[in-house]
Design a protein around this ligand. Structure first.
Ligand SMILES: [Zn+2]
Length: 104
């Protein structure tokens, strides 16, 4: 992704721009389709879609359930999405921690 302030390419899961030090909010990171670790029911697939498209997770889950019962597509696509969509990065504060380690 790109820093909103200086426009340089930075790490996708970075909290702070490595070039200018500007905080790049979690809202920017959430533009990637990932499966969030908090608030998930099964694998976080519906929650990931909800956050990506900025819609209510209940709507996504209901749509997915209805699609599963009516067509079977939801049932089939859930495990596929589970495998294909990456999990939300665990260490979002890693760049800051690495900076502290090199500059004590
Ligand atoms: Zn920057």
């Amino acid at each position: 992704m790109y820093c909103n302030y200086c426009g340089k390419v930075i790490q996708d899961d970075a909290n702070v721009c490595a070039y200018c030090g500007t905080r790049v909010g979690s809202s920017v990171a959430r533009k990637r389709l990932v499966r969030p670790r908090n608030g998930r029911k099964i694998a976080g697939v519906c929650l990931g879609f909800a956050e990506y498209f900025d819609i209510d997770v209940t709507v996504v889950r209901l749509t997915w359930l209805i699609a599963s019962f009516m067509t079977g597509i939801g049932l089939l696509s859930y495990p596929i999405a589970w495998v294909v969509i990456p999990e939300e990065p665990l260490l979002l504060t890693a760049p800051a921690a690495a900076q502290r380690a090199t500059n004590p």
